[in-house]
Each structure stands twice: as C-alpha cells, then as structure tokens.
Design a protein around this ligand. Structure first.
Ligand SMILES: Nc1ncnc2c1ncn2[C@@H]1O[C@H](COP(=O)(O)OP(=O)(O)O)[C@@H](O)[C@H]1O
Ligand SMILES: [Mg+2]
Length: 198
C-alpha cells in the first residue's frame, strides 16, 4: 500500500505522514530526506536555501526503494512529477492545502528568508500541487483543507478515507484560493512588500 501526502511546505505533510505511518505500521519516507541521504542532488541554491536535485537519479532510486518496501509506505513530497515518473501507483494522493494567510504564519516560524516564504505562499495560492495531482494521479487525488482543522481531526479524516476507499469521497474537497478576494489581496500585499524591499 502506497499513500502519498503532497503539499506546499507547512501544509502538514510531515506531521500527518508520521502519524499515519505509525497508525498503519507503514514505512515513512520523506522524499526530501531521501534525496539528501542518498546524495542525489547536483547543486545547492544558497539564495533559495534548497538543493537542486538530479531528477533522473531520484527516479531510479525511488523505483529501487519502493520495490524493497514490503508492507507499504507513506511518502511525503512537494513534487508529484517525480513520483509519477518513477511509476509509483499510490492508493491515494492526498494534497494538503492551507489558506495562504494561515500558511504564512506557519512558515514564519521556520525562520526562512522572506523570499522563500513568499515563493511558497504563491505556490499555495495557485495550487500547483493540486494541479499536479490532477494531471499525474487523476483517479486517486484528494484535496484536504488543513486551515482550520487540527492535526488529529485531519488524520481521522484521512484514515476514514483510506479505510473506505471505494465509498468515501466525501472528505475530498475542491479548493480554490484564487476566487477568495481577501486571500488574493493578502498575497498581493505580501509580494508588494517584498518588491519594495521590506
Ligand atoms: N490540520 C493540520 N494538519 C497538519 N498540520 C497542521 C494542521 N493544523 C496545524 N498544523 C501545523 O502545521 C505545521 C505543519 O508542519 P509540517 O508537518 O512540518 O508540514 P510540511 O511537512 O508540509 O512542511 C505543524 O506545526 C502542524 O502542527
Ligand atoms: Mg515536511
């Protein structure tokens, strides 16, 4: 059994993936940690504070790793294209979402440079991961809003969906922050602040 948790940083992948892997006795695999452990990166972008991966190497290593997993695995990632290229066939791809103003507060606590926070807020506003999920894993994609629910309530919703995979699609949502005028204004103000050098 392969469960994928995808989403912009700060949406709750690590918290929820660890809880789910314990609950169902599955292996926990963070794609970012995996890439670092295996050294499958080619550069470090100091400005963006992120590693530049070697996509072909990552695909080969993921394939190899998944073949070794016996009981199953919960994978967290912010890049679904790589999993698709590796030919992974998940039971479910949960795309965790968080309203950008709330996500902003979660990311501020990480001490990241403002440009990195903003980049992720904009990615969440436009819904890049939800779009990737629909393109690469259309039959099993399921969006979950984590903005107001706590971690425990969210884990229960996901668990209910996994256990009733044929019947229960009621927890999957269609989230569109771009249609929320207040949210768009919030993100525009942030990027204006940034471009004016705050
Ligand atoms: N409903 C929720 N689901 C998941 N995380 C939540 C939720 N509400 C608040 N949070 C908080 O948001 C943060 C998410 O961080 P983390 O799990 O590291 O996300 P990611 O791995 O996606 O970067 C945690 O501090 C978590 O407690
Ligand atoms: Mg994480």
């Amino acid at each position: 059994m392969i469960i994928v948790l995808a989403g912009t940083p700060g949406t709750g992948k690590t918290s929820l993936a660890k809880m789910l892997s314990e609950r169902y006795n599955l292996r926990y695999l963070s794609l970012t940690e995996f890439v670092l452990e295996k050294g499958i990166w080619i550069d470090y972008d100091a400005q963006r504070r992120s590693f530049v991966i070697d996509p072909e190497g990552v695909v080969v290593e993921i394939r190899r790793e998944i073949r070794k997993v016996y009981r199953g695995v919960v994978i967290e990632t912010h890049d679904l294209e790589l999993l698709w290229e590796a030919g992974i066939e998940p039971l479910r791809v949960f795309v965790l979402r968080c309203r950008p103003d709330v996500l902003y507060n979660r990311l501020l606590r990480r001490g990241w440079p403002f440009s990195k926070v903003l980049e992720n807020i904009e990615a969440e506003l436009t819904g890049v991961l939800a779009w990737q999920a629909k393109v690469y894993f259309p039959r099993v994609a399921c969006e979950i809003d984590t903005t107001l629910a706590g971690v425990n309530a969210t884990v229960e919703r996901i668990a209910r969906n996994i256990e009733n995979i044929e019947k229960d699609n009621t927890i999957c949502q269609s989230i569109d922050w771009v249609s929320d005028e207040d949210v768009v204004k919030f993100v525009i103000n942030l990027s204006l602040k940034h471009s004016m050098g705050y």
